[in-house]
Design a protein around this ligand. Structure first.
Ligand code: AMP
Length: 282
């Protein structure tokens, strides 16, 4: 496995890489969720590239950019074991040199849900992923459904800008008790960690209720909100039921598919999760 810190060095490797390249962009502090994307990339491509870059432009001024967990040596060990070919881990000024001022914005999807609470977040995400795609030139790129809105933002960007890359969404990997794996789970105290189980429990309850042939979004949202309210450490930001691609609210469903997305605060930590709902199906 080769590790590159500059675009110039990486590009020399890329020019000689075997025909299909699978790419997994990450911010590091890797867990099984990231590794599931790497394994999928490994099984579908000749070469696998992983980037590790904590992207400053997707963090708000009062968010956790400085304290975001980092452990490069451990990450490199995990990626080596997973038979990754190349890791690209640039410094901030390699990706944003002095004078850089071009940003990418996927307008219709960026100011709702996570974007409403984190202004500029998806602008930062789209900009760095666009830049990384231009550096890495992947044939396929792998993203987790855990960050559902992010996946839709990237799909839309690739479609709108005719980028020659296939974006592949991969299922959310969970802890045994249901909590979606996240690098940010490390912020949780033991009591907060226990409280965090309420997210996946509430989503599973919504899924159970949506197995009725006709369901109402407001009813499912209320049920989920009630379950979250039982947990005093949780402060809900939003519980939303949205169209899988447009992310616009869905009121009711007879046969349609929808996604329930939620975001909560547990102490100073923000957690998100989601589940697909399909009327009349398990
Ligand atoms: P991050 O390092 O948090 O930016 O995540 C890098 C990629 O891993 C993104 O595509 C995430 O959606 C994905 N990812 C993070 N957590 C999980 C998880 N629990 N299951 C599946 N994919 C995940």
């Amino acid at each position: 496995m080769q590790v590159f810190r500059t675009i110039a060095e990486f590009s020399r490797w890329r020019a000689a890489a075997t025909p299909s390249v699978g790419f997994v962009p990450t911010m590091g502090y890797l867990h099984e969720g990231h590794l599931s994307l790497v394994r999928r990339a490994r099984s579908e491509n000749d070469s696998v590239v992983v980037s590790i870059f904590v992207n400053p432009t997707q963090f708000g001024p009062h968010e956790d950019f400085q304290r975001y967990p980092r452990d490069l040596n451990r990450d490199l060990g995990l990626l080596d074991t997973a038979q990754v070919d190349a890791v690209f881990t640039p410094a901030v000024d390699e990706m944003y040199p002095a004078g850089a001022s071009t940003m990418v914005e996927v307008e219709a999807l960026s100011n709702i849900l996570e974007g409403a609470s984190r202004p500029g977040h998806f602008r930062g995400v789209a900009t760095i992923v666009c830049t990384l795609f231009h550096v890495v030139h992947p044939d396929r790129a792998y993203f987790g459904e855990k960050d559902y809105q992010q996946l839709q933002v990237i799909q839309r960007m690739v479609h709108d800008l005719r980028m020659p890359v296939k974006v592949i969404g991969c299922p959310t990997i969970r802890e045994p008790d249901g909590l979606a794996m996240s690098s940010r789970n490390v912020y949780l105290t033991p009591t907060e960690r226990q409280a965090a189980v309420a997210l996946s429990r509430a989503l599973s309850q919504a899924k159970r209720l949506s197995k009725d042939d006709v369901w109402e979004a407001s009813r499912l949202q209320e049920e989920v909100q009630k379950m979250l309210d039982k947990e005093p450490l949780i402060r809900t930001d939003y519980v939303a039921i949205v169209h899988p691609q447009t992310l616009q609210p869905v009121d009711t469903a007879v046969t349609a598919e929808a996604v329930m997305c939620l975001a909560v605060w547990i102490g100073p930590t923000r957690l998100i999760d989601n589940i697909r709902l399909r009327a009349g199906e398990g």
